[in-house]
Design a protein around this ligand. Structure first.
Ligand code: MN
Ligand code: MN
Length: 365
C-alpha cells in the first residue's frame, strides 16, 4: 500500500497537485487496503504530497477500517455530523490552502463537487482516474495469486454449469445450481450477474437469463466471474447440447481459432490494437466480421472492467504484469451465439492463461 501511495504522491508533486480526494470504493481499497460499499454515505481517501493521508468513512465502520490495516488518521462521522467540516479541519491541519486538487471526476457526484468547491473556492480540479487506472493496470505477485484463485473458482463454476445441462431445464435453474455450488465453497460474491443463455438467447452478447428451456441442438453460453479478496475473474464458455448443425460448428470453430490466435499474440511489446486485430481478422475472413460487435477484451482486477481496453484502435503497448481478457464472439441472430473468454497474465515470455476450463467444442449428450 505504501508504495502505491508513494507513486500517487510522486505524480502529485510532478503535477503540483496539493491534495487528492478519492471517493470510489475500488480506488480507496487499492490505496488504503480498506474496502467498503458505503452506499449513499461519503467515503474518501485524502492524500497529500508529503503529509500523512487520512481516510474518511462512516463512523460505524471505524473499527473495520482499522482492522483492515490502515495505520494513518481515520475520520469517522455519524449520521448527524457534517463530514465536510471535519474534512476541512483535517486538511487545514496539514496544508495551507489548495490551488489544485485531483478528484475522481467520473465518480464524484455534483453535490459533493459543490461541497468541495465551497471548501476550496480557488482550487482547480483535475482528474485522478487516468493515473489510478495506469497504476492498477500492472499487477504485483500478490494480486496475481488472488486472481489465479478467482479464476480457478470460475473454472469450477463452468464445470458445475456444464454438468447441470439437461433437456428442459431453464437458464435460471442452471444458474441457480452454479451459484449454489459456489456458495458451498465459501464464495460470497460474483464479479457481475451470472449469465446462462441458451439457444437464440446466446446470440445476445449481454443477454439476461430467464425461463428459457434448454433443448437439443442448442448452444449454451456461460459467462461468469468470481470475486476473491476483492479481485474478479471473468470466463465465458459455450457448449453444445446434443448435435448441432454445420453452421453452428463453423461459428464455434471460427471463434476458437480467433481466441487462440489472440492469446498467442499477447506478449510484451505488441499493441492492444494488434492483439484485437489478430482475432478480428480471422473472424472477418470467415465472413462473420459484422457479427463481432464488441472489443476483444478488457483489463481486470479489483474492477471487472479495467485497463487495458483491448480495442482495434488502442495503441497502448502490452506490458509484463497486465491481466486482461480475450473474448471474441460471433452472434448471428436466430442461428448461434458463441463467445470464448479467458483471463490472461502477461509475462516476459507471453501470456499465461489463468482460466483453464477446456475450449474444444464439447457436445453434451
Ligand atoms: Mn469480460
Ligand atoms: Mn465475461
Amino acid at each position: 500500500m505504501k508504495q502505491r501511495l508513494e507513486k500517487l504522491q510522486t505524480w502529485m508533486k510532478e503535477n503540483e497537485i496539493e491534495v487528492s480526494f478519492l471517493t470510489s470504493s475500488e480506488n480507496v481499497f487499492y490505496l488504503s487496503g480498506y474496502y467498503t460499499d458505503p452506499h449513499e454515505r461519503l467515503l474518501a481517501l485524502v492524500v497529500f504530497q508529503s503529509e500523512e493521508p487520512f481516510l474518511v468513512c462512516p463512523g460505524m465502520e471505524i473499527h473495520d477500517a482499522r482492522r483492515s490495516g490502515w495505520e494513518y488518521e481515520l475520520l469517522g462521522y455519524s449520521d448527524i455530523d457534517n463530514p465536510w467540516e471535519l474534512i476541512l479541519s483535517s486538511i487545514n491541519k496539514r496544508i495551507n490552502g489548495v490551488t489544485k486538487a485531483a478528484i475522481e471526476k467520473e465518480h464524484m457526484n455534483v453535490e459533493r463537487y459543490e461541497q468541495l468547491s465551497r471548501l476550496f473556492p480557488k482550487a482547480a480540479y483535475v482528474s485522478a482516474e487516468e493515473k489510478l487506472r495506469k497504476l492498477r493496470m500492472i499487477k504485483d505477485a500478490r494480486e496475481l495469486k488472488i486472481i489465479e484463485e478467482a479464476c480457478a473458482l470460475a473454472d469450477y463454476a463452468v464445470e458445475v454449469g456444464v454438468s447441470e445441462i439437461k433437456e428442459g431445464k431453464t437458464e435460471l435453474e442452471v444458474l441457480n445450481a452454479v451459484e449454489y455450488a459456489l456458495k458451498q465453497k465459501g464464495v460470497t460474491e460474483m464479479s457481475f450477474a451470472t449469465m446462462v443463455l441458451t439457444g437464440a438467447n446466446a446470440a445476445s452478447p449481454h443477454g439476461n437469463p430467464g425461463g428459457t428451456k434448454i433443448q437439443k441442438g442448442d448452444l449454451v453460453l456461460f459467462d461468469l466471474g468470481v470475486v476473491v479478496d476483492r479481485y474478479c475473474s471473468d470466463i465465458t464458455r459455450t457448449v453444445a447440447y446434443g448435435d448441432i448443425n454445420d453452421k453452428q460448428k463453423e461459428i464455434y470453430d471460427t471463434v476458437l481459432k480467433a481466441q487462440l490466435a489472440a492469446v498467442e499474440a499477447s506478449k510484451p511489446g505488441v499493441t492492444a490494437a494488434e492483439v484485437d486485430l489478430t482475432a478480428r481478422r480471422i473472424i472477418a475472413d470467415a465472413g462473420y466480421g459484422e457479427y463481432f460487435p464488441h472489443r476483444l477484451g478488457h483489463g481486470l482486477g479489483i474492477g471487472v472492467h479495467e485497463y487495458p481496453s483491448m480495442t482495434e484502435t488502442n495503441p497502448l503497448i502490452i506490458e509484463e504484469g497486465m491481466v486482461y481478457t480475450i473474448e471474441p464472439g460471433i452472434y448471428v441472430p436466430d442461428i448461434a451465439g458463441v463467445r470464448i473468454e479467458d483471463d490472461l497474465f502477461i509475462t516476459a515470455d507471453g501470456a499465461k492463461v489463468l482460466t483453464k476450463f477446456p475450449k474444444e467444442l464439447q457436445i453434451i449428450k
